[in-house]
Design a protein around this ligand. Structure first.
Ligand SMILES: Cc1cc2nc3c(=O)[nH]c(=O)nc-3n(C[C@H](O)[C@H](O)[C@H](O)COP(=O)(O)OP(=O)(O)OC[C@H]3O[C@@H](n4cnc5c(N)ncnc54)[C@H](O)[C@@H]3O)c2cc1C
Ligand code: FES
Length: 261
């Protein structure tokens, strides 16, 4: 993990309220593992001390990128920043996804909205190509479909309003696929908490291992403030663990959903 001031290479609108931000970070880029995140300090903000966490989307040479949705003050200010401007970054942070070994499990990726950002490096670095189930409310919430197709993955799209792909929730095609009971598969998911909870239950029902990247509010991002804890099963019961350090990725069977808020 390194703390650096880094320069914006580009910051362009993707669809609707989603932007792609490329940062030059030669010391950070080679360290990044799939599912890890960057904690970004938006320097022009008045409350610039509060960083915002974003999954690391792509790594290319001495740069890495994030794919973000504008939802509030921090992401709004970020969207107004231009190439050449500087940001404070701590990265790479967190415990990411377990990349399958050659000849190991075939991955089934499940992503909701900006959850797709956490999945790209995993798809790129997995020796086995699998299926990506991507869901969103509307067509504009379906991100980087073409990039996953270019990696040779089978991309299955669902939208809640039916404006792109199959109409409905992303979990439906996942259930249909798991009914084939193909051996040696593993589910990896990132998205809103209700989606993760549903994916965890589905994986359990079909007896398929799953890793979930949990989206919790974070403050310090480095394990000190305990804002981000979730209940996690241990040998004797359960304990609170920090999504910023022990996570954000956890085995689905570890998460004690009954004790979550
Ligand atoms: C590990 C991790 C990875 C993330 N990766 C991405 C990513 O790749 N792309 C992306 O766009 N966003 C990602 N997020 C969410 C992102 O951190 C928040 O959207 C951002 O901090 C909002 O900042 P803001 O100042 O614009 O919003 P604020 O003004 O702070 O809040 C605006 C709204 O966003 C909600 N919000 C704030 N934080 C979160 C959060 N963690 N999850 C859901 N809603 C939140 C608030 O409740 C509020 O309704 C990630 C979060 C975590 C914990
Ligand atoms: S965000 Fe502070 S401990 Fe996780």
């Amino acid at each position: 993990m390194l703390e650096r001031t880094v320069q914006i290479v580009s910051n362009e609108r993707d669809t609707d309220s989603y932007f792609r931000l490329v940062l030059r970070a030669p010391q950070i880029a080679p360290l990044i593992q799939p599912g890890q995140f960057a904690h970004v300090r938006v320097l022009p903000l008045k409350d610039a001390l509060l960083r915002r966490p974003f999954s690391i989307f792509q790594v290319e040479g001495d740069t890495f990128s994030i794919l973000y949705k504008t939802v509030g003050q921090g992401t709004g200010a970020l969207a107004r920043m231009n190439p050449g401007a500087e940001l404070g970054v701590i990265a790479p942070l967190g415990h990411g996804f377990t990349v399958p070994k050659p000849g190991g499990e075939t991955p089934l990726l499940v992503a909701g909205g900006y959850g797709m950002a956490a999945m790209y490096l995993l798809a790129q670095r997995s020796p086995q190509k699998g299926i990506v189930f991507v869901g969103g409310r509307r067509r504009v919430d379906i991100l980087c479909e073409k990039e996953f197709q270019a990696l040779g993955w089978d991309v299955r799209v669902t939208t809640e309003d039916g404006s792109h792909g199959e109409k409905g929730l992303v979990t439906r095609p996942l259930i249909e696929e798991l009914q084939w009971k193909v051996p040696q598969r593993k589910v990896f998911a990132c998205g809103p908490t209700p989606m993760l909870r549903a994916v965890g239950k589905i994986a359990e029902k079909f007896d398929v291992p799953a890793e979930l990247s949990m989206d919790e509010h974070m403050c310090c991002g480095v394990g000190v403030c305990l804002t981000c804890v979730i209940p996690v099963r241990t040998g004797n019961g359960w304990e609170y663990q920090r999504t910023c350090t022990e996570g954000p990725v956890f085995d689905a069977e570890q998460i004690v959903w009954e004790a979550t808020g």
